[in-house]
Write a protein that binds this ligand. Structure first.
Ligand SMILES: Nc1ncnc2c1ncn2[C@@H]1O[C@H](COP(=O)(O)OP(=O)(O)OP(=O)(O)O)[C@@H](O)[C@H]1O
Ligand SMILES: [Mg+2]
Length: 459
């Protein structure tokens, strides 16, 4: 357990902090500044949480002395009122952070965890660098070899101003990688703008990207810069590039070649300094073959290619990501599940994850709502697609001779319905904090039906 020091002159403060943090940390106490300085000589001490208003030696003086003694020791300051002066002085004295009493326990817990993580001694480099891009700005997780390769390409291409094409199935993290490329580039102070080429109708997409001059079309009462101009000095992320209409493909190609563009209705070109990152989950090579994507544009975009592997090819990362999403979606009351049963882990590993990381996140978020115990069980994990792993594939196909579609449907539709029904009921109970009248109303069923289903599903 990591050791933290609480400095406060009020006994009840120590009492409540011990109750709140006692399970996670070894809590030691000091009741004055002098005592704090004495205890801070303990080399194993990891963090100090200190009230600034104490009789005798003032908290800020103590902070100053502490920082001289142990410059690397993080100190979080607490105060009864938010005074700009104290905050500013505490910051110039290198306090880690500053919280106002009465403190919100959950956010303080998070703060302490973050500070400790940041200060944690770097583990000795193993064969694989552990979580290569665990920067809080861009939390891309994954230890697998394939992701290690992705990190390397990001690292190598981020700072060079090259155009990058990111491909991968839906939900594999393409947008996350695009953001990482921006964050680690020299353009990180500039804007990062994203536009989804599949979600916007062609004419609108054109004016969104290139902007327009006043009077360019009816309704254009004022000139308007497009995303290219707005992203000047930064990065423009063209998502779902495979869906870009042919006319716009030509215009985009021109921008990439000339580094200038014409707003709709403009006579003069404008220069733009934008780095382009494009992404798609389609097979651009086959779109080229069928004449739906320009080959010359493809070569312009595909200067550096990052291929994100589907989740089923990085089994190693599944549990890591699952734990991450569990922490992310855990209920704030700390009552929620803390981990997974072995069966649940097996189920996560055996599944084929057609929706990749996004699907995993959704499944974990639902399971957190669903779970009743300290651990998420296999039952709590509602997987929507039939797994196509060999064992199960053998069980489902080929169907025994004489199987009709009707009989297959009858057999499986019941499961789908029951699973969904159980999930919805569990969620409604959760949302209504187990108030059955309210839950029944949410679900649009009577209270009697609700009771019956709760019994049936063991809720
Ligand atoms: N390696 C990862 N570590 C942590 N979170 C991830 C990782 N990969 C993806 N995610 C999360 O999964 C979700 C989906 O990722 P993202 O939106 O980047 O996928 P995408 O490839 O752009 O999907 P789509 O093709 O559907 O747009 C996001 O919430 C993202 O934060
Ligand atoms: Mg995306």
């Amino acid at each position: 357990m990591e050791k933290i020091l609480i400095v406060d002159d009020e006994r009840n403060v120590h009492y409540s902090f011990r109750r709140v943090f006692g399970n996670e940390y070894e809590v030691i106490s000091a009741f004055s500044g002098a005592e704090a300085l004495e205890k801070a000589t303990d080399e194993t001490l990891r963090l100090v949480l200190m009230d600034v208003r104490m009789p005798g030696r003032d908290g800020l003086d103590t902070l100053h002395a502490l920082k001289q003694l142990r410059p690397e020791l993080p100190v979080i300051i607490m105060t009864a009122f938010a005074s700009a002066e104290t905050a500013i002085r505490a910051t110039t004295l290198d306090a880690e952070d500053y919280v106002v009493k009465p403190v919100d326990v959950d956010s303080l817990k998070r703060l302490i965890a973050t500070v400790l993580r940041r200060r944690a001694p770097q583990p000795a480099p193993a064969e694989l660098p552990v979580v290569a891009l665990d920067n809080s700005a861009v939390p891309i997780l994954g230890h697998s070899r394939v992701m290690q390769e992705v990190y390397k390409i990001i690292g190598k291409s981020a700072a060079r101003d090259v155009t990058v094409l990111i491909t991968g199935e839906s939900g594999t993290g393409k947008e996350l990688v695009a953001r990482a490329l921006h964050t680690y580039s020299r353009r990180d102070k500039g804007p990062f703008l994203a536009i989804n080429c599949a979600a916007i109708p062609e004419t609108l997409l054109e004016s969104e990207l290139f902007g327009y001059e006043r009077g360019a079309f009816s309704g254009a009462t004022e000139a308007h810069p497009g995303k290219f101009e707005l992203a000047h000095g930064g990065t423009l992320f063209l998502d779902e590039i495979g869906d870009m209409p042919p006319m716009l493909q030509s215009k985009l190609l021109r921008v990439l070649q000339e580094r200038e563009l014409y707003r709709l209705g403009a006579r003069e070109p404008r220069r733009v300094d934008v780095r382009i990152i494009a992404a798609t989950n389609q097979d651009l090579e086959s779109l080229i073959r069928s004449g739906r994507f320009r080959e010359d544009l493809y070569y312009r975009l595909n200067v550096v290619r990052i291929v994100l592997p589907p989740l089923r090819e990085r089994e190693q990362d599944v549990l890591l990501l699952a734990e991450h999403f569990l922490r992310l979606h855990r209920r704030s009351d700390a009552q929620g599940p803390q981990g997974f049963t072995d069966d649940a882990k097996r189920k996560l590993l055996e599944y084929s994850w057609p929706g990749n990381v996004r699907e995993l996140e959704n499944v974990i978020a639902a399971a957190v709502l669903h779970a009743r115990g300290r651990l998420i069980t296999a039952e709590d994990l509602v997987l929507t697609e039939v797994s196509l792993r060999p064992a199960e594939a053998a069980a489902t196909s080929p169907p025994p001779a004489g199987t009709t579609l009707e009989s297959l449907f009858a057999q499986h539709a019941g499961n789908v319905f029951a699973t969904t029904e159980r999930l919805l009921i569990a969620m409604a109970l959760d949302l209504s904090r187990c108030n059955q009248v309210q839950a029944a109303r949410l679900l649009g069923i009577s209270r009697n039906v609700l009771r019956d289903r709760m019994k049936r599903y063991g809720l």
